[in-house]
Write a protein that binds this ligand. Sequence first.
Ligand SMILES: [Zn+2]
Length: 405
Amino acid sequence: MTTQLLAGGWVLDVRAGTRRRADVLVEGSRIAHVAAPGAARASDAPRVDAAGLTILPGFSNNHVHVGWSGMGWDGGPTGILRDEALNDSDGINGIKAAANLRKSLRAGLTALRDLGMRMSAFDAKEALRRGLIKGPRLFIAGRAIMCTGGHTWWCGREADGVDGMRAAVREQVKLGADHIKIIANERTPQYSVEELRAAADEAHRLGRRITAHASIREAIRNVVAAGFDSIEHGGPADDDVIEQIVERKMIVVPTLSPRVLQTERGPSRGMPAGVAAARRKQTLENPPGAPLRRMREAGVKFAFGTDAGSPCVPHDEIMGEIAALLEYEAVAEPLDVVRMLTINSAELRGDDDRLGTVEEGKLADLVAVDGDPLADIRALGNVRHVFVDGEHLVRDGELHDWYDW
Ligand SMILES: [Zn+2]
């Protein structure tokens, strides 16, 4: 069993919100000991110099599409995401997924929650299992489920009616989905509460959590009524609905990046001028943080997500989302962001007994960053070391042993 000692750094306790000097001993895939400097067992273990660094639990991005590039306004040959989704071969889609896993590691991401679309997430997960590539843990939804002609129908699994919903959920589980994603709205709600309830019941019966793309008032009301476990994007919600979200401990994954980054970068990456102007107008008239701020003040818990793979949202870009969460006051302080990236993410997936904190016995998914993120959030962008399952994959800021033949 390999042992490694991260020595001379600070460990951030994400629950307490405190930072203390400590060494971290990693044995195999586990955190074996967190101790005062010099006091760790096996102090003759190979050392990783963590002087001046802050050691945190590995970060999670809870809303990604691993098969989408997120490179430009499109990343596809003809101009919009729909064309990327329709025209990419399975091979290209898989290569994008592999590249995105690599990029994610560089940003300190040790777990990705894929929200589905095409099939490449299944292949990426299998490639990780076989050791063909290295990357963050993958928690995948298979194909997202939407009504016939519903939002992003061109890359998901269309399903209608109560029986159709049950069949579509069973199909994703059969393929290997870890969780289920339903598209609940585009400009209007796209499923009845009965259909949503059938999907939620079926997912839960099969031991899976279920989440929904829900960004408008009526859809958020519907998925809460149907018994969903979490909400993607979020948006305006009535007070009684917000109360139920808090009561039922549903977690919301805000994704400010597409709007913010597309507004900022889209025009230089092929975004049509009219679309860019509309995005700017929307952001001015309707700042993206306002509904989230209301939820947060009512006690709703958030987990971190960027919608990586969307146009202009690359998989190694998390600082844009972090800056926007603070700027638009969706969160109050840096510690909120740190919790979103770590413990809240583990709670969202349901693996907080194994991940999400730097504690003895937990899996060694760790990130060491230069500086103190509680004092200056930009420290989260200075990733020096990343461990996944005890494997030291980013060393001194460089990807290492990314592939292992
Ligand atoms: Zn998405």
